[in-house]
Design a protein around this ligand. Structure first.
Ligand SMILES: C[S@@+](CC[C@H](N)C(=O)[O-])C[C@H]1O[C@@H](n2cnc3c(N)ncnc32)[C@H](O)[C@@H]1O
Ligand SMILES: O=C(O)C(=O)C[C@]1(C(=O)O)C=C[C@@H](O)C=C1
Length: 244
């Protein structure tokens, strides 16, 4: 089945509302994220590969801000060890409702998936070998980010891994401008018009707050991770592997 196309910002809006993960967004989300985030399919695929390597027997995996469960499915299909469980968390009721349907339709159903409709800040991770924040931390209030990452690190077993993917910001203004322009070119090449790009940009302003890679690195170390490094970057989108 072809995915419904994202045309949410295709027509001029009298007022551009702040971006939210409501039913309208849920309906076009797979198309939206693929056409908006350079490298998204590669990152999701690699989350599967990392699950193969890091998920140990008798442990839990956490997909924090799971949306429609892309990372949950990637982990579920590649985990090698026995008696594992995936906990998928999202605070958007519309996302969780659709994610439940997506997972129910997955024929590889030997690894149980538990859904939590709630804030990832309120989840107590336990006995975790892998946690994923795939483009979710950027939507959390900056002041709440340190405690969230400390909580994740606390819930991971020694040697456990966190995959943190984010839109990132750059300290050097000309480089920031270059990355922004190249990202917009990426969107244009994927069929978004200048109007769509401009209206989406306005809607995510003050909702999606990107930070620099050095801020992410330092905060992950302060949260207790012993090894922190970027494993993927395309323009202003990056993914970090942090090992406890
Ligand atoms: C860009 S999407 C994540 C994409 C998804 N991880 C994937 O790989 O396809 C961000 C998600 O985080 C969720 N979210 C934002 N803030 C949250 C919070 N405080 N607690 C739980 N979920 C949150 C949103 O509802 C949305 O579904
Ligand atoms: O930066 C943008 O323009 C985006 O659209 C990015 C982004 C993201 O990184 O999560 C923002 C919201 C949607 O969830 C899909 C993609």
């Amino acid at each position: 089945m072809t995915e419904p196309k994202d045309t949410l910002y295709a027509n001029p809006l009298a007022q551009v509302d702040s971006f939210s993960f409501d039913q309208q967004v849920v309906d076009v989300f797979p198309d939206m994220i693929k056409r908006s985030v350079p490298g998204y399919p590669t990152i999701v695929n690699m989350i599967g590969s990392l699950a193969e390597r890091y998920v140990s027997a008798d442990s839990n995996c956490y997909d924090l801000g799971c949306s429609l469960g892309a990372a949950t499915l990637a982990m579920r299909h590649r985990i090698q060890n026995a008696n594992c469980r995936i906990v998928a968390v999202d605070n958007s009721p519309a996302m969780i409702a659709r994610a439940r349907q997506v997972i129910a339709a997955d024929s590889l159903d030997d690894i149980p998936v538990a859904f939590i409709e709630g804030r990832i800040q309120d989840v107590a991770l336990e006995n975790a070998s892998m946690a994923v924040l795939n483009f979710t931390l950027q939507f959390i209030d900056v002041t709440e980010r340190p405690a969230l990452l400390s909580n994740i690190c606390r819930g991971l077993n020694p040697g456990g891994v966190l995959i943190l993917s984010e839109k990132v910001a750059f300290q050097d203004p000309p480089h920031q401008e270059l990355m922004t322009q190249l990202h917009h070119n990426f969107k244009r090449a994927n069929g978004y018009s200048d109007l769509e790009i401009a209206q989406k940009r306005a809607s995510i302003e003050n909702v999606l707050i990107p930070e620099s890679l050095s801020v992410h690195r330092e905060r992950l170390r302060a949260a207790g991770f012993s090894s922190v490094d970027v494993w993927f970057q395309c323009l202003n989108f990056a993914s970090i592997i942090a090992i406890k």
